[in-house]
Design a protein around this ligand. Structure first.
Ligand code: PEP
Length: 248
């Protein structure tokens, strides 16, 4: 089964308008025709509209970093999946470990958000991943399996969601699991997700956590790794494009 790679950039809480527009423009002009990977950028909510304008008519897709679980209503400061769609986005990251930690987002909340994203006709990128203490205790696969079972909504199908494995201890630290550990975790994830979804041959599984041009080739070559979720290195067009070019 050939799954097309997805290279997603999570800009987190970075960039003002001029910088975001310039980065998006650099990606649209730098992406190679016939590239083997889909490219996606997820700017902060404030930049969804201006970045959407820059990406219009390009092959670079737009996504958001979070959304509310409800369609509309009295939720001051939040934005809905429909609002994100209205700005031309196709994806929403849900359950990033920074949101799970900073905003106490449980699997139940992540699942409701992913359901809202699907209901709006967008693709959720559902993030899972163990802490360092959990890996040291030999619990990484158990934790990630539990997160997948708890965070994937009932309406999901293997080709309507993306799951990103992001070990918490690898995010922004420059450390990564060994390629053998990544391969083992992704094989486990495909098995668990296959049970939940009734099949996972078409499911795209991303790896995230300190992906750089220097380690992208060996990570993206792994059989069950179908792309990357990239934080720090997505803020430099040259690095992000080099990671995309590393996709087989
Ligand atoms: C992330 O936050 O999704 C991420 C993978 O960050 P970094 O690439 O900087 O580790």
């Amino acid at each position: 089964m050939t799954r097309r790679a997805l290279i997603a950039g999570n800009w987190k809480m970075n960039m003002l308008r001029a910088g975001g527009e310039a980065l998006a423009a650099a990606l649209t002009s730098g992406i190679k025709p016939g590239a083997s990977a889909d490219l996606l950028v997820c700017p902060p909510a404030t930049l969804l509209a201006p970045v959407s304008a820059v990406l219009a008519d390009s092959s670079v897709a737009l996504g958001a970093q979070d959304c509310h679980m409800n369609e509309a209503g009295a939720h001051t400061g939040d934005i809905s999946a429909a609002m994100i769609k209205d700005l031309g986005a196709a994806y929403v990251i849900v359950g990033h470990s920074e949101r799970r930690a900073d905003h106490a987002e449980s699997d139940v909340i992540v699942r409701a958000k992913a359901a809202a994203v699907l209901a709006a006709g967008l693709t959720p990128i559902i993030c899972v991943g163990e802490t360092e203490a959990e890996r040291d205790a030999g619990e990484a696969e158990t934790i990630v399996g539990k997160q997948i079972r708890g965070s994937v909504p009932e309406a999901a199908a293997e080709d309507t969601i993306v799951i990103a494995y992001e070990p918490v201890w690898a995010i922004g630290t420059g450390r990564t699991p060994t390629v053998d550990d990544i391969a083992a975790m992704h094989a486990h994830m495909r098995q668990v997700a296959g049970n939940v979804l009734g099949g996972a041959d078409k499911l795209r599984l991303l790896y995230g956590g300190s992906v750089k041009p220097g380690n992208a080739v060996e990570i993206l070559a792994l059989e069950d790794v179908d792309g990357a979720l990239v934080g720090g290195a997505s803020l430099k067009a040259e690095d992000f494009l080099a990671i995309a070019a590393a996709a087989p």
